[in-house]
Design a protein around this ligand. Structure first.
Ligand SMILES: [Zn+2]
Length: 258
């Protein structure tokens, strides 16, 4: 039954023009379960166990602008699905080369707190999964924020409050969204391995090759480095600025309260 919710999630993010092709492949080949611990993908058994609170969020559904805390769930599902997808594709030539080169890239990579990597395969897998998840969640976060300001603006306007300071505040905040998106997309520090039972991050940023492969093959070129390059986000952003400008010039009207 959890697979049904996962499929619904895939259709939903697809409708936002987010990367969904690889999620669909995973949905077809994997069995989904629940865990009280951290979400975990078992690439031997082709199972993905989702943490119970994230599963609750998956089941209850979400919408951009809504108030549910769906960002962790999105991060988790894109992360775990990347592990699953790389495993499902590992025998395809270009994936085989990607995994081989990526693993070699982290051989003896520096670790936080000193020392070097002795599990480059794990670091590579986590780096790719975390990179993909970070990109998808950042993109969705910007969309979510835009829609939540749209709802706030609508509400204020229909209540008939011509509060100029309110629109100024919202506009100032909204105009920061593209820059914050660009800033988050510059992050290149991903990947960790376990050392004596604890997660230790690498201090070596992902390579240009890993980034390009994840951007093209997994994220379908849909999550650009710059906000202005996303037609979808640009459209939503410009229409919100227009709404704010129009709302500001509206003459406050009396609303008949029932
Ligand atoms: Zn992972």
């Amino acid at each position: 039954m959890i697979g049904w919710y996962f499929n619904r999630f895939v259709e939903q993010v697809d409708s936002y023009e987010m990367p969904a092709r690889f999620l669909r492949v995973v949905a077809k080949k994997y069995t989904f379960g629940e865990t009280s611990g951290i979400s975990y993908t078992n690439t031997w058994l082709n199972t993905m166990d989702i943490n119970e609170s994230q599963l609750a969020s998956l089941k209850s559904g979400f919408r951009p602008g809504g108030t549910l805390g769906e960002s962790t769930m999105i991060l988790t599902l894109y992360h775990e699905s990347t592990h699953a997808y790389l495993d499902l594709k590992e025998n395809e030539q270009k994936f085989k080369e990607f995994i081989r080169d990526g693993t070699a890239y982290y051989r003896l990579a520096p670790l936080q707190g000193g020392g070097t990597a002795d599990d480059p395969d794990r670091i590579f897998q986590e780096a790719a999964a975390s990179y993909v998840a970070h990109r998808a969640a950042t993109w969705y976060g910007a969309y979510d924020e835009i829609e939540s300001y749209r709802e706030g603006t609508d509400e204020k306007t229909w209540e008939g409050h011509g509060d100029k300071a309110f629109y100024d505040r919202v506009e100032t905040r909204v105009r920061k969204i593209p820059g914050e998106y660009d800033q988050a997309m510059r992050d290149r520090m991903f990947g960790y391995q376990e050392k004596r039972g604890v997660q230790v991050s690498t201090t070596q940023g992902i390579s240009a090759r890993i980034k390009a492969f994840c951007d093209d093959e997994i994220l379908e070129g849909k999550i650009p480095d710059y906000f202005v390059k996303s037609e979808f986000l640009e459209r939503r952003y410009e229409s919100l600025l227009t709404l704010i400008a129009q709302s500001r010039t509206l003459v406050p009207v009396e609303v008949i309260k029932k």
